[in-house]
Write a protein that binds this ligand. Sequence first.
Ligand code: NAG
Ligand code: NAG
Ligand code: NAG
Ligand code: NAG
Length: 428
Amino acid sequence: MQCSWKAVILLALASIAIQYTAIRTLTSKAFQLCQLPSPQNCGLGGQETEPPFERAAVAGGGCDDYPYFSINATRKTHILILATTRSGSSFVGQLLNQHQEVFYLFEPLYHVQTTLIPRLSHSRTPTDRRVMLGASRDLLRTCFDCDLYFLESYIKPTPTNHTTDKLFRRGASRALCQQPVCDAFATADVNLEEGDCVKKCGALNMTLATEACREKRYVAIKIVRVAEIGDLRALVEDPRLNIKVIQLVRDPRGILSSRIETFRDMYRLWRIWRATGRRPYNLDLSPLTVVCDDFLNSVSTGLSHPYWLKGKYMLVRYEDMARNPLSKTKEIFDYLGLSMDKNVEDWIRANTQGSNEPSAKHKFGTVRDSAANAESWRLRLSYDMVEYTQTVCRKVLQQLGYKSVRSEEELKNMSISLVQDKTFVPFL
Ligand SMILES: *[C@@H]1O[C@H](CO)[C@@H](O)[C@H](O)[C@H]1NC(C)=O
Ligand SMILES: *[C@@H]1O[C@H](CO)[C@@H](O)[C@H](O)[C@H]1NC(C)=O
Ligand SMILES: *[C@@H]1O[C@H](CO)[C@@H](O)[C@H](O)[C@H]1NC(C)=O
Ligand SMILES: *[C@@H]1O[C@H](CO)[C@@H](O)[C@H](O)[C@H]1NC(C)=O
């Protein structure tokens, strides 16, 4: 039989779509979204923007068995940290994680990706992207409502009796390492280590996790697998949610440098470029162009202040966070309506001030010795690479206030900062 490569790809994509549909269908029970009785929470309740599948589920009843959307649940604030890898998202996530009133989840979309598009992690065909997005929005919606059973359908192996030891980065979430979910640690333990949590807490009981989530006024989720804010419009506009987006950006030159250090295999050719001074002919430039295109699209949307983002969007530059962690955190918390609490202040102090104590190293690999680190990429990238990045990312550099350099001397002269003062106020 003749079988062209196009047919093979089509077949692969079809199977992804079928898998996703199957997951949704199998778990449709957990998926029912109940209409809210409270008018203030569903002013737009009449206009269902959901696809027919969900509308049918809403109309189909069964909500009494699954009161996921209790009135109180919708008074929650749902915080979405929209970021990309190596843009300082772990740091901002941890800030929220330290707060007593926040239930934090670290990138649940990891499970969506590994289930739906294993191996194709960097594929960006429109179909892949649509499938991944639809599934991502559904999962985020249910996680925001503390329905963690829905997440189970993406975890492998499938949890039995609602327990699993395979939740991605479980230890990054304090609420999942403390009572009532886990008895191993005291509630006030600021220095809880991710690895210790995984070791000492045993398998995660998703029922308890769900209860812990319901008790908090805020649910915060950090994601790095959604390209731009426009992709989340359906979620942001969902009247059942009360979303506040924090979009985290960083100088793409800094992201590139950080990724070269962190993802050594994936960025091997970039390291060769840096070491030899010659650009390998087969270098894959897409990781860079993707970051810059996504930032540009997303930030352009966010800063153009569309009505659907009113009160729900704040842009944060990693470098501003690194330079003034405490005051920037206060700004973010003001926007979210969160009070600063002592845990958060302690954590900032412990994780941003330059310290050479070996015990304090590598805790979150984020903004430790922050101010100095924010521009240290300038000493690590060659001028060639920087110049190239500036060509690809020219618009977004300008938009975000990152100064381009025109010579090697300018690049390496650390007495001049390349981060221009620029204020991004939340869109209120
Ligand atoms: C909602 O919260 C109030 C107080 O915050 C409480 O008295 C009430 O029982 C809660 N209702 C539900 C359905 O949980
Ligand atoms: C799940 O719970 C049932 C009933 O309590 C028990 O019989 C079964 O062994 C449990 N399965 C696992 C894998 O623990
Ligand atoms: C998980 O926690 C719930 C609520 O406390 C409990 O009823 C259930 O038995 C626990 N599951 C397992 C497998 O221990
Ligand atoms: C770095 O820039 C400053 C300010 O423009 C300048 O005064 C200084 O001479 C430069 N240093 C070097 C080593 O070029």
